[in-house]
Design a protein around this ligand. Structure first.
Ligand code: UDP
Length: 351
């Protein structure tokens, strides 16, 4: 019997790439999404890439426990990957209640249902933002988390803690009172970028993109006039910030490795954390020039003041994930930037 994975937020950028890789690895997937931040483009792309027209799609809001409970009752779920969350840092500062309510309540419901429905494995989509402005680089999973600088970042920290606590509390459960043990993994993503090589799925930001790569591709296609590089006076070689840009397909494969580790009973502890990055710092300026070079396009950009809240540099020590998950980032930055450009051209009908 194939193992079944519920992907909450599965119609979004990361969820759609993860669904493709799960299906390729022999898992059955159930996609749940309330479509609050996407349309059906990526889900349709997933069906096309995998050749699977029959992927169950459930339009539900995970903040509604009855809906989550129904999905767990209807499908025999072996693992859930929880992506369904708001992710705009600036908006979270302006509307904290919206962020705390959505991001925490939806995850609480998933955790509750996972325990009630036979004890299910939970993979939480966390972020390198939990490390804040880390003193020592690269960061390992033991690098202390720093106080979050936005409600968004705080929901990531709080959700990690909720998973840790539920795993600890349920470890002694045996189903007698209708609850079973939950095991969990949190993956801390660095900067996911790029698109599937088919150019059928990718990032679809609504409105003006906050993230660097969609802003680059939209500028290159002519949707935006000029890219602002936020800060060129940082204490780095070229003065721009350093990040660890991880290819979206590589990132998706890390989820497959983590899910397999859970469902095959190979976890070293009942709650585990892994950094998912490349281990290579790349500056904003390097990324911009690599994009121009690999795609043969000239990008209109200017240097602008620093963006409030940005840390100067962060990148991952990935040795734990490499060793324990048997996973490693493989695509080069150039390949990834070519895929991002192909996706933007696909959206513009130019591919
Ligand atoms: N950045 C930029 N111009 C933009 C968007 C982002 O210079 O229009 C920079 C940003 O200051 C940071 C890096 O690109 O140094 C990555 O930003 P992003 O928002 O993609 O991810 P973050 O690292 O903030 O999660």
């Amino acid at each position: 019997m194939k193992k079944k994975v519920l992907v909450s937020g599965g119609a979004g950028y990361i969820g759609s790439h993860v669904s493709v890789e799960l299906i390729a690895a022999g898992y059955d997937v159930v996609v749940a999404d309330n479509m609050s931040n996407c349309d059906m483009t990526c889900f349709e792309g997933v069906k096309k890439i995998t050749g699977r027209e029959d992927i169950p799609f459930e339009k539900i809001d995970c903040c509604d426990y009855a809906s989550v409970d129904r999905i767990f009752s209807e499908y025999k779920i072996d693992a859930v990957i929880h992506f369904a969350a708001f992710k705009a840092v600036g908006e979270s500062v302006a509307e904290p209640v919206k962020y705390y309510r959505n991001n925490l309540l939806s995850f609480l419901n998933i955790l509750e249902a996972a325990s009630v429905h036979g004890g299910c494995n939970v993979l939480f989509s966390s972020s390198a933002t939990v490390y804040g402005d880390a003193e020592h680089l690269p960061v390992t999973e033991n690098t202390p988390r720093l106080p979050a600088t936005s409600p968004y970042g705080n929901t990531k920290q709080m959700s990690e803690d909720m998973l840790r606590d539920v795993v600890a509390a349920t470890s002694s459960y045996d189903g007698k009172d209708g609850r079973w043990p939950v095991k969990g993994i949190a993956l801390r993503y660095f900067n996911p970028i790029g698109a599937h090589p088919s150019a059928l799925i990718g990032e679809l930001p609504r409105g003006v993109p906050n993230n660097l790569v969609p802003f680059i591709t939209q500028t290159a296609i002519g949707k935006r006039e000029c890219l602002s590089i936020f800060g060129n006076d940082y204490p780095t070689e070229d003065g721009t910030c350093l990040r660890d840009y991880i290819d979206i397909v590589d990132l998706a494969k890390a989820h497959v490795a983590a899910v397999s580790r859970m469902v095959e009973g190979k976890m070293a502890k009942d709650y585990e954390i892994f950094n998912i990055g490349t281990g290579r710092p790349v500056s904003v300026y390097e990324l911009v020039t690599a994009f121009e070079k690999v795609n043969g396009v000239k990008l209109n950009y200017k240097f602008a003041p620093r963006r409030p809240g940005d840390v100067v540099a962060i990148w991952a020590d990935t040795s734990l994930a490499n060793r324990e998950l048997g996973w490693k980032a493989e695509r080069t930055v150039e390949e990834t930037l070519a895929s991002a450009w192909a996706w933007e051209r696909h959206l513009a009908g130019k591919l």
